[in-house]
Design a protein around this ligand. Structure first.
Ligand code: HEM
Ligand SMILES: [Cu+2]
Length: 597
């Protein structure tokens, strides 16, 4: 991707410092960031905000796991004719024997908090708003997104939407589950605003998602560098593009659904509450019409990152570029047709059968990606650094997540597994084992570019090992809990389940240790890390053309696209020498068909 000096007249950015260079004192710099329209700064602000939300949601998860260490139960017995209640289990965190009810209710608030924060404030904006915002314009060769001011607005909508959520938590949190199912959510806590605040938070956050999606769609259509056709774009862009389409089309549905919920709750108009002539199953259809496609808003950007990591760190042309690109759009399209698989137990047989059949369709474009990723690794020069290790971890954990979705898509098995820990394990393997694992891999891949510093590789690999072990110990055990009938959302359980719950809780502590190691390694990198070169991994996409960290306007001159993003066998990477990254042998041409004489 040679650059043509089309920009000399008045557009030369040679003397420009990096986007991180503070221009004035502390207050000036803070104001500069608070009012910035630079996609990189907005991306970095989102990154720290969503990681903070991950920390909050993670703390709630650890408390949930701690409570589940013991089968906390209230035992009532008659002693000398008097009924005496006692709490069994050593760690009745917040239960009081007399009012045992309170304990379970606090548990309900904790897992709701965990789920609502993790879904609406962490994982939906996680990759698109942070790494997408930072790298989509640069990978296209653009100076910024199409609507920089709208981008800043979407950040502030996210910021204030999260404030509503945090306010609701401070006021004691909600106990409805992250799905806010009616009529419980429209009737519980009648004299409290915390349910309305949390629902309002999800409603407002939706607009940030829509605006971000809109911005990315126009940027991809309008701001590609000269010479960059659709099939010259990095696959991360295709994935974020497909995600943006879902964000723009699906999010309004959850918006109006939550508004109707608030309306019924405040003005007692029957929409979902059967006691007022409403239909609670209608709410479930509306809710999942958004919440199933949104799981692809979570996973598609992660899949885009994996395509980048596998190609760059195996120095191999991606296998089946167009198939992977189209499968992102295929997943986006099919994702709107399968929401019914979340409510098989609330629907009739015919419509359930239809949704079950459609659900299996999703497996096709997903499998295309997984097979093409594995084919890319075949005969690659694989470098087992942290980004690649995370990509390989993703292939393992995401495949388990995907495959365990099949018995949940099949009617017979789903009726047994619905609302059990098998479901909890499945979606954690997809959301945590998919999106979070890919995001951590992506952060390690792009960290040198974002902050201009290298990090300790041994430290990062230790973190990766602890995350991998901790994650699988925490969630693989939960498949067995679910198969044996352990229901989700229960604060107590029969003794038979205790061993598996204990192993799962110990796993969550190892997982915590892994993330703390990563946190320490990144802080050390910012404080004392070696300066990073412009292209430490020998990547070919435009972000590796820019400086590390990039200058304010990304490039000194407007870049020109002259080859594909993964032509490792043809091009010496920018800012690198052929000695550093020798051209790998070009893939042997297909052998000519043998003529059978
Ligand atoms: C950090 C490690 C995590 C641990 C240890 C963890 C643990 C758990 C547990 C034990 C439950 C089940 C609670 C119950 O049904 O009684 C749960 C529920 C849930 N988790 Fe996680 N989780 C983690 C990360 C995540 C992530 C990254 C996400 C998504 C981004 C997530 C989303 C959810 C959701 C949506 C629920 C359902 C909450 C509900 O039933 O309302 N979790 N989690
Ligand atoms: Cu679904």
């Amino acid at each position: 991707m040679t650059t043509i000096d089309t920009h000399t007249a008045g557009h030369d950015h040679h003397d420009e410092g990096s986007y991180l260079t503070p221009k004035t004192g502390m207050i000036g710099t803070a104001w500069q960031w608070a009012t910035t329209i630079d996609h990189k700064k907005i991306g970095v602000m989102y990154l720290f905000a969503v990681l903070f939300m991950f920390f909050l949601g993670g703390m709630a998860a650890l408390a949930v796991r701690l409570e589940l260490l013991e089968p906390t139960r209230v035992m009532t017995e008659v002693v000398d004719g008097v009924e005496v209640s006692t709490i069994t289990g050593q760690i009745p965190l917040w239960s009081d024997p007399d009012t045992a009810e309170i304990g379970s209710n606090n548990y309900n608030r904790l897992f709701t908090l965990h789920g609502a924060i993790m879904v609406f404030m962490f994982i939906v904006p996680s990759i698109p708003a942070s790494l997408g915002n930072f790298f989509l314009p640069i990978m296209l060769g653009a100076k910024d997104v199409a609507f920089p001011r709208l981008n800043l607005l979407s950040w502030y909508i996210y910021f204030f939407g999260s404030i509503f959520g945090v306010l609701s938590i401070i006021m004691g949190g909600v106990d409805t589950g992250w799905t806010f199912y009616t009529p419980y959510s429209t009737t519980t806590d009648p004299d409290h605003w915390r349910v309305v605040l949390m629902v309002l938070a999800a409603f407002v956050l939706g607009f940030s998602s829509i605006l971000t999606g809109l911005n990315f769609i126009v940027t991809v259509h309008k701001l590609r560098a000269p010479g960059m056709g659709w099939f010259d774009m990095p696959l991360f862009i295709w994935a974020v593009y497909a995600t943006s389409i879902i964000q723009v089309l699906a999010t309004p549905v959850i918006g109006i659904t939550l508004l109707l919920l608030i309306f019924e709750r405040l003005f007692h108009v029957g929409i979902f509450d059967p006691s007022m002539g409403g239909d609670p199953v209608l709410y479930q259809h509306f809710f999942w019409f958004y919440s199933h496609p949104v799981v692809y808003v979570m996973i598609l950007p992660a899949m885009g990152i994996i395509s980048e990591l596998l190609a760059v760190h195996s120095r191999k042309h991606i296998f089946g570029y167009r198939a992977i690109a189209f499968s992102s759009l295929g997943i986006a399209a099919v994702s709107f047709l399968v929401w019914g698989h979340h409510i098989f137990t609330a629907m009739g047989e015919l419509v359930s059968t239809l949704f079950s059949a459609l659900t299996f369709l999703v497996a096709i474009p997903t499998a295309i990606k997984v097979f093409n990723w594995i084919a890319t690794l075949y005969k690659g020069s694989i470098i087992l650094n942290t980004p690649m290790v995370y990509a390989l971890m993703f292939l393992f954990t995401f495949s388990i997540g995907g495959l365990t979705g099949l018995p949940l898509g099949a009617l017979a098995t789903d009726l047994h597994l619905h609302d059990s820990y098998f479901v909890v394990a499945h979606f954690h393997y997809v959301m945590m084992g998919g999106t979070v694992i890919a995001m951590v891999g992506g952060i390690h891949h792009w960290w040198p570019k974002m902050f201009g510093k290298m990090y300790s590789e041994p430290g990062a690999l230790l973190g990766a090992a602890l995350v991998f072990i901790g994650f699988n110990v925490t969630f693989f055990t939960q498949f067995f809990l679910g198969l044996q009938g352990m229901p989700r959302r229960y604060a107590s359980y029969v003794d038979e389940f205790q061993h598996l719950h204990q192993i799962s809780t110990y796993g969550s502590w190892i997982l915590l240790a892994g993330f703390l190691v990563h946190l320490f390694v990144f802080i050390h990198s910012l404080v004392a890390g070696k300066p990073a070169s412009a292209n430490p991994w020998g990547g070919l996409t435009f972000e590796w053309e820019a400086e590390s960290p990039p200058i304010e306007h990304n490039f000194h001159h407007e870049p020109l696209c002259q080859h594909g993003p993964y032509d490792f066998e043809k091009v010496v990477p920018p800012h690198c020498t052929a000695e550093e990254f020798p051209l790998p042998p070009s893939p042997e041409p297909a052998s000519p068909p043998r003529t059978i004489t």
